[in-house]
Structures are given as C-alpha cells and as structure tokens.
Design a protein around this ligand. Structure first.
Ligand SMILES: C[S@@+](CC[C@H](N)C(=O)[O-])C[C@H]1O[C@@H](n2cnc3c(N)ncnc32)[C@H](O)[C@@H]1O
Length: 495
C-alpha cells in the first residue's frame, strides 16, 4: 500500500533530472560556441540610467565564496555574483547604490565544465538552491573543500556521502502567499535577505505532489475569496502553506497558516481541497498573528484527519506533528543516523543521551544497542511525539524530557550521573556554554556531534578538544543537494 502511494509521486518531473553520475559521459550541450576575445579587465558593454546607475558588463569569475557565489574583481572591489563559476566569462548587470555594488548574472558566455546541464532559470525552479548551476561532481568538490577547511585543525574529514538521486528529496515545503504588482495571487519563496516573494510553481528539490497541492490552493483562493496576507497593511488571511509528506508512508499533511482564526467557508474549502487531492491525510489551520519571521504560530486547529502524519525511518515508525522538527531529506537521514550510530560504537550496555532529540529519532534508532536512552528537547509537541514514538515502536529503555538541553545537562552533572555516550544535534546556532561545560563534567567516553552548521560545530568541537576530548572521525553528509548547506557528524573520545 505504502509503495503504491509512493509511486503516485513519480510524475514526469521526477524523470526530468537523472543523476549526473549516470550521465557523466554526456557532452555539455550548454557550452556556448561564441568566442570572446579575452580582456585584461572586465569591460562595460552598455549603460542605462534608472535613478541608480545600472549597466551591463562582461566579467570573468575568479573564485567562489563559501556560500557558492562567484567572485568578480571590478573597479578595485570584490563583487559576488550568484550562479557564476570560476573561470566563466559572463554578462552581468551592475547596479550601484552609494558604495554598494550589486551584480546579477544575465548570460554565461563561456560555461565551465562544472556547470550543470540545465537552463539558468527555468520557471524559478532553482530559487533557494544556491548550487543549482553546479553539476553534482562540482557540488561534491565544493562541499568537501569547505568542510576540509572548516575542520582542518581536527583532522581530515572522510569523503562526503552524496545522494544518488539528488532531486525532489524534501519532505517539507513552505510557500509564502502574496499579491504581485498586477494584484494576482502568487506563491513562492522570499528573496535572499528580503520579504519580497519570488513566485515559483515547482522546485527541483521539493516533493512534486506538495508543489502540486500548493498550486491547487492558490487556484482555489479566488473562488473562495481568500486573500493572501499583506505584511505591510496587516490585511488578508493566508500567510503560508506548509506541506509535510511521509515519503515512505505516502501520508500528506497540509497546514494553512493564517493571520486570523476566522476562516470563512472553512468546511467547503477543506472539502474542495480533498476532492482534488484525496491523497491528503490531514489538514490543519495554524494561526500566526506575530510580526516576526517565524512561519508557524502557537495556535493550531485540526480541520481534517488526525493532525499528524507517520513515516518510517531506519525501520521504525515516527509520528510527526506540524511544529516538530523532522529531518527534511529522509534518504540521507538514514545514512546520517547509520553513520552516527556506527561512530558511537555502542555495545548494548551503555547509558546514552540524545540531546536536542526532536521527535526522538536518533535515540529510538540507537536504543536497541543501548542499555538506556535519555532524550531531551525544548519543543513540547516534539517531546509528546517522542514519547508516542517510543510506545509505538515498543521501545522500553528510552525516556524523553522537555526542557533546555543546557539546563538539563547542568542538573545531570550536579547529580553526578553516569553517562557513557552523548549524541548531540543542536540547532544551527550550535550548543551553549552551560551544555558544553556540563558535558565535559559528565565526561562521557564518547560524544557524537551532528550539525547542519560546520562553523558553529567547529567552534564547539574546539571547546571540547580544549577540555579533554580528541576528535576521532569526521563524516560529512550531503543532506541538502543543490543548496550550499552541509551536514556533518564528528565523533570524539575522552582522552
Ligand atoms: C537540528 S534539530 C535535531 C532534532 C533531532 N535530533 C533529529 O535528528 O530530528 C534540533 C532540535 O533541537 C531543539 N532545540 C533547540 N534549542 C534547544 C534547547 N535549548 N534545548 C533543547 N532542545 C533544543 C529543536 O526544537 C530541534 O528539535
């Protein structure tokens, strides 16, 4: 049954992009035949005036930033150009505002061998994918180089675990709704560092069914007289739609994020949406009347179904609420957890902590090789999910606690508790002093540190290395192909 449901997702789009590893011998159809006489300097082609100075120039890319943007030297300045690769010659538009220079890629004249075999911008499908323009081998090299550099003081990291089919992998989509300047409803992602919505109908990393449901909702809004929310005026209803897909179970959750709890025509809307998409298993209304950049608010109403979805990971079943953290790439998550648990060298008689445990995934998967597991997590709903997941999978040796992981560790250290192995998987900001200092006081034999931000991970590893640990192994995992994000696991042993 689950297999049947999963196969429904295999639309023609899934077939559009095949792994480049399978096609590596193909020629590069995008290689331009144009020849351009090399110039010593980046030169100006034409100039327009629109209040601010804007012109088109020809440039050569000399390197990459750590975010994967091309570097161009221009008028004594180093300027970043998104989607440009080292060695490439290209036409870019330049605009200047005071001392600030902005360049946007117009046309690549001489493409690099590292360029991916796809159009520069195809219906905005690469929005949010900073490495959309790089082929798979180049992405692998780029990420390996970054992680090698970031971790060099701790030893040489292992080769990054890349994904066989690095497309349509996300199990969660969040799209923002608004009006364009013709007052037409649009859905898309915010542009970098702004709240301007870039409309997009599909993405090379989204689940195609989730993208399809979002387009259906956008199409329904007019007939239901549902207005998108306007952040400036505070008027309108629909802010975002969040979709979660159980890639193995086939279950689908739709969360309508609104600015108010008054949802006129709610029953008919739900009925019409389910009629078009009978595959949706639950629909929720989340009310977010805040002014910050958080997508979800605190209030939640279940409009249809049980309010959660279930999915299978590493052979266990997990129930997931709308607000709980759940890794977005399940294929690579299984590889990440498998490596992390291997690196922990569990023997079955150890006492294990799963810090920042979310819905309990790592701890529950590791539980069969541990004497006992203690999980700690800040998000109340996620802890509820973890306890439910423990029961659901018949795990008897795991306990989950709600609270700040740092405070929890301080209390454990004060009580002088014994811990053998600690898994820690903090948010992007990394861990804090309270957590780290109590960790070294508890002195587990082994620490396995999982992180989606190598910069804060390196900072925290540095603290642990200065306080009695040595790094034994570092394993990067490509959890986020096409983007510049990297996941990394480090195993440390007490000295
Ligand atoms: C990167 S996620 C990892 C979750 C889980 N380990 C997994 O693999 O799904 C980080 C988790 O830390 C939680 N968190 C954030 N700050 C925390 C804190 N101070 N104490 C405990 N948990 C926290 C978040 O709610 C989130 O569930």
């Amino acid at each position: 049954m689950a297999k049947q449901k999963k196969q429904r997702y295999k639309t023609s789009k899934n077939k559009k992009y095949q792994s480049e590893k399978q096609n590596s011998k193909q020629s590069h159809p995008r290689k331009s035949q144009e020849t351009v006489t090399p110039k010593a300097n980046n030169r100006s082609i034409n100039k327009k005036n629109h209040g601010q100075r804007k012109s088109t120039i020809e440039v050569t890319c000399t390197g990459l930033t750590s975010e994967g943007k091309g570097i161009v030297q221009w008028e004594g300045k180093q300027v970043e150009v998104a989607h440009l690769l080292p060695g490439e010659k290209a036409e870019v538009t330049v605009s200047k505002k005071g001392r600030f220079v902005k360049m946007e890629l117009k046309r690549v004249i001489t493409p690099s061998e590292d360029r991916a075999n796809r159009p520069l911008s195809h219906d905005n499908e690469g929005v949010g994918c900073q490495l959309y323009h790089m082929n798979e081998r180049a992405q692998e090299r780029f990420k390996q180089k970054l992680i090698d550099k970031q971790m060099k003081t701790f030893g040489k990291p292992k080769p990054i675990l890349t994904m066989e089919q690095p497309y349509y992998y996300r199990n969660k989509n969040v799209m923002t709704f608004g009006l364009d300047n013709k007052r037409q409803i649009i859905s898309g992602l915010y542009a970098e560092n702004s709240h301007q919505i870039i409309p997009m109908e599909s993405s090379i990393i989204h689940d195609p069914k989730a993208d399809e449901i979002i387009q259906t909702i956008k199409g329904m809004m007019k007939s239901f007289k549902m207005q998108p929310y306007n952040e400036d005026t505070g008027r309108g209803f629909l802010r975002h739609v969040l979709i979660r897909v159980g890639k193995k179970s086939g279950e689908i959750m739709v969360v309508l994020v609104s600015a108010s709890s008054v949802f006129k025509g709610k029953n008919n809307f739900v009925k019409a949406l389910r009629k078009t998409h009978p595959e949706i298993t639950t629909i929720l209304l989340n009310i977010n009347d805040r002014n910050d950049s958080m997508v979800l608010g605190n209030q939640e109403k279940v409009l249809y179904g049980k309010g959660t979805i279930t999915d299978t990971l590493c052979g266990l079943e997990f129930e997931i609420s709308a607000k709980s953290f759940y890794q977005i790439n399940p294929v690579q998550t299984e590889r990440l957890y498998t490596r992390a648990i291997e690196m922990a060298e569990l023997t079955g008689d150890q006492s294990v902590i799963d810090a920042y445990c979310g819905i309990g995934t790592i701890g529950l998967v590791a539980s069969e090789r541990a004497d006992k597991v203690i999980g700690v997590e800040l998000n109340k709903g996620a802890v509820r999910d973890a306890i439910r997941n423990s029961k659901r999978n018949g795990v008897k040796n795991a306990r989950f606690y709600q609270g700040d992981a740092g405070e929890f560790m301080v209390q454990m250290a004060q009580r002088g508790e014994h811990v053998d192995v600690v898994f820690m998987d903090p948010p992007r900001s990394g861990s804090d002093k309270a957590f780290l200092s109590s960790l070294v006081t508890l002195k587990p034999k082994r620490i396995v540190y999982i992180s989606c931000n190598p910069e804060t991970q390196a900072r925290d590893l540095n603290y642990l290395v200065k306080n009695g640990y040595k790094v034994r192994e570092i394993q990067p995992v490509d959890m986020f192909p096409q983007t510049n994000h990297i996941e990394c696991v480090a195993a440390l042993d007490v000295i």
